[in-house]
Design a protein around this ligand. Sequence first.
Ligand code: CIR
Length: 256
Amino acid sequence: MSSIALVRRPGPRLPEGLVEHIEPVPVDLERAIAQWEAYVGVLNDHGWTTIEVQPADDCPDAVFIEDSVVMYANVSVSSRPGALSRRPEPAGTRSVVEDLGCSLNEIREPGTLDGGDVLKVGSTVYVGRGGRTNAEGVRQLRAILSPLGAQVVAVPVTKVLHLKTAVTALPDGTVIGYPDFVDDPSIYPRFLPVPEPHGTAVVCLGGASLLMSASAPATAALLSDLGYDVITVDISEFEKLEGCVTCLSVRVRGLD
Ligand SMILES: NC(=O)NCCC[C@H](N)C(=O)O
C-alpha cells in the first residue's frame, strides 16, 4: 500500500458549510454525494487505496479533509483549524494516520493552521499565513518540519480562503495559480498563470496524470497541451463552499 488517500464522506449538514469569500448558493446534498463518489472513483482508478475516515457529521465542512492534517512523508501534523466549527475534525484523521504507523504531531493552542494552507513542492513546504492559519501555526509547523529537512516558506494569503485556493503545483514543481488570487507570484521559482479561478487546483495522481475541476476547461486544455493527462470531475457543490479537488482528500505517500 504505497499510495493511500484519506477521504471523508459528506455529512448531512454539508449545505451549512462555511462560505466567506464568495456569494452563498444553496448546496444540493444528493448531488454532492454523487460528485464525491465519482471523485473517489477517479482516485481508485488511478491506483490510490482510499480509506474513509470516520464521519464527523456535526461538522458541516468535514468532507474537506485536507484541512485536518498535513502529511510530510510518514510524518503527520494534526491541524488546529482556524474556524471554530471545524475544530473537532482532526481527531478522526489523527486516529487513521496513527493506525497507518505515521508519527504524530499537532498544532497546539494558540496556533491555528488549516491543511489547505500548506503546499508541498519537493522538500519545500509553503505555508499560507491568512484567515485560517496564524503566525504561531506557521512557527509550530516550521519547528516540526525543519528538523526533517523541509524548508518551510511562509507566504501571505490575503485574497482567498487558503493558500491552495490560489496556487498548487504540477508534478515538475511548477506552481500554477490564478493571478488575481495570488499575493506575490515572484515567491515561486517557476510560476505559471492559469486562466480560470477553478483552474488553480490540481491533484497529482501519479505520472503525468492530473485531476482537476470540470469548471476550468481552458486550464484543462492548457495543461493537456503541456503534455499532461487531465482527468476532470464535476465538484460544483463543493465549489459553492469554497472547496476544490485538493481539499477532498489527503494523499499519503512514502509509507513503505
Ligand atoms: N483546503 C480547502 O480548500 N478547503 C476548503 C474548505 C471550505 C470550507 N467551506 C471552509 O470554509 O472551511
